[in-house]
Ligand binder design. Structure first.
Ligand code: HPA
Length: 254
């Protein structure tokens, strides 16, 4: 196992990596800043800030293809990606961590979402990648087990993540519709990230961090500040979980 982490909002510091160095990785889609370092067991690990250093890239403008390609290039075979989400499921409360096993894609086609553009070149021809079970059961199991071992509680392993285009939040009617479709969580980044990882044969699991009730489910009006405050309040738990999961994963096949 060679695991990389893509840090979403609120997860900017890969505390689980020592002897870090910053690598500028060239890809056919642009340059990516990858932090490389050592896990507790001495194996290599990698980290990318999804929203760039200082969080300046909004979800609809993230260079997903470059990010995922760069992680494959440096040698990662598995990706754990954190993602702030709103919850549409009463049992997934703000502050909870959830491991989605499905997604529904409501992005609008403005994000390059495939490596396979037809014709010749990098992703040659026409390829339809299986997406029946997009997320990685091994990583999901690992994170759930480690969470229980650490006393951080049971992480739900069945949840449907609805991905919206953003950067705006949803209307109350949209959330009602997504709930009727079976959505549990709503966020703006898992698609196309997971799709691209699957296209490159990488195992990918979202660690969803619930920051708020989705629009219309409570009185409060949604704000970015609220999302960031909940992430900050839970940052220690998130880091603790990632640190333990990455150490145990890297030991598992030594
Ligand atoms: N909607 C979409 N994305 C989000 C939300 C939300 O309510 N909270 C955090 N990211």
């Amino acid at each position: 196992m060679s695991i990389a982490v893509i840090g979403g909002s609120g997860v900017y510091d890969p505390a689980w990596l020592s002897q870090r160095l910053v690598r500028e990785v060239e890809t056919p889609y642009g340059q990516v800043e990858v932090i490389e370092g050592q896990l507790a067991t001495g194996r290599s690990g990698w980290f990318i800030n999804r929203h760039g250093v200082g969080h300046h890239v909004p979800p609809h403008q993230v260079n997903y293809r470059a990010n995922v390609y760069a992680l494959k290039e440096v040698g990662a075979t598995q990706i754990i990606a954190t993602a702030a989400v709103g919850s549409m499921n009463e049992s997934m409360v703000p502050g909870a961590m959830v491991l989605p096993d499905q997604f529904i894609d409501f992005t609008k086609g403005t994000r390059p979402a495939t490596y396979f553009e037809g014709g010749a070149g990098l992703g040659q021809g026409v390829v339809h990648t299986d997406m029946t079970c997009p997320f990685c059961p091994d990583l999901s199991r690992l994170l759930a087990t480690v969470s229980e071992e650490l006393g951080l509680g049971q992480l739900p392993k069945r949840a449907t993540y609805v991905c919206t285009e953003g950067p705006r939040f949803e209307t109350a009617a949209e959330i009602r519709a997504y709930r009727m479709m079976g959505g549990d969580l709503v966020g703006m980044t898992a698609v196309p990230e997971v799709v691209l990882a699957r296209e490159l044969g990488l195992c990918y699991q979202t660690l969803a961090l619930v920051t708020n009730w989705a629009a219309g489910l409570r009185e409060a009006i949604l704000g970015h500040e609220e999302v960031m405050a909940v992430l900050a309040a839970n940052a220690k738990r998130t880091t603790e979980l990632l640190m333990a999961a990455l150490s145990s994963a890297s030991m598992a096949d030594d």
